[in-house]
Design a protein around this ligand. Structure first.
Ligand code: DGL
Length: 257
């Protein structure tokens, strides 16, 4: 079992931000990455659709022998991780908007969260935000079309800058000093975000925390591997080679799930 791969999935290339953190910390693990690009974006889908897709992909990853699954998507985690843990026996690691570290680091007492509609409307997010509401003000904002911009290779375009400017305008009227990236696609917008955000705003991305939690769980279950660290990439639609190459990936296989 310890020589089995880790499964990682997202609605698209966003989860590659988590994969990069996993690779840094776990260079000797084999990883199978699935991008559910036939169903991207998840952010506008219903909870039951997100649950169905997450279950179908997890089932496929388990069929490939995965020993642990990283849900590299905030929308899938906040809408489906409880049901995944009930349905399957492998351990799951999820990703949620990192409000806690932002709240702890905030001096102004106001933090921003940029995420998909699916994440912001989920019960899990609402509960987490309320837990912190006693100490700080959480200003949340839906990212409109940002996932599509990343999926089309336009993360650093003028269009992305204008869209971010629109989305962030209301929260920038408040004294936020942290911006939590609540979607794994958004770290790829960092360069564009930095052009817009005031210098005192810290960008919070919790990919490293996900990698640490994955390491902890593998250790706890005696599942740490010592291989050459292969990564294979799969998409649920015909892979757009130009897009994947932008992310440094040259070999992507189409799978039908
Ligand atoms: N990257 C995902 C997330 O973290 C999903 C975005 C989407 O497909 O809308 O929320």
């Amino acid at each position: 079992m310890r020589n089995s791969p880790i499964g990682v999935f997202d609605s698209g290339v966003g989860g590659l931000s988590v994969l990069h953190a996993l690779r840094e910390l776990l260079p000797n693990e084999d990883i199978i990455y699935v991008a559910d690009q036939a169903f991207t974006p998840y952010g506008k889908r219903s909870k039951s659709e997100i649950q169905k897709r997450s279950a179908a992909i997890s089932e496929w990853l388990i069929e490939q022998g995965c020993k642990l699954i990283v849900v590299a998507c905030n929308t899938a985690t906040t809408n489906a991780i409880a049901q995944l843990r009930e349905s399957f026996q492998v351990p799951f690691v999820g990703i949620e908007p990192a409000i806690k570290p932002a709240a702890l680091g905030s001096k102004t007492g106001v933090v921003g969260v940029l995420a998909t509609e699916g994440t912001l409307s989920s019960e899990l997010f609402q509960t987490t935000a309320q837990d912190h509401a006693k100490d700080i003000e959480v200003v949340s904002q839906i990212g409109h079309g940002l996932v599509a911009l990343v999926e089309s290779g336009n993360a650093t375009s003028l269009e992305a800058e204008m869209q971010l400017q629109n989305d962030l305008a209301p929260m920038l009227e408040k004294p936020i000093d942290h911006l939590v990236l609540g979607c794994t696609h958004y770290p790829f917008l960092r360069e564009t975000l930095q052009r817009i955000l005031p210098k005192n705003v810290t960008i919070v991305d919790c990919s490293d925390a996900v990698a640490k939690q994955t390491h902890r769980l593998l250790k706890q279950h005696l599942l740490l591997q010592n291989s050459t660290g292969n990564t294979s990439y799969h998409s649920t639609t015909t892979p757009n080679k130009t897009l994947w190459q932008l992310f440094g990936v040259t070999d992507v296989t189409q799978i039908n799930i």
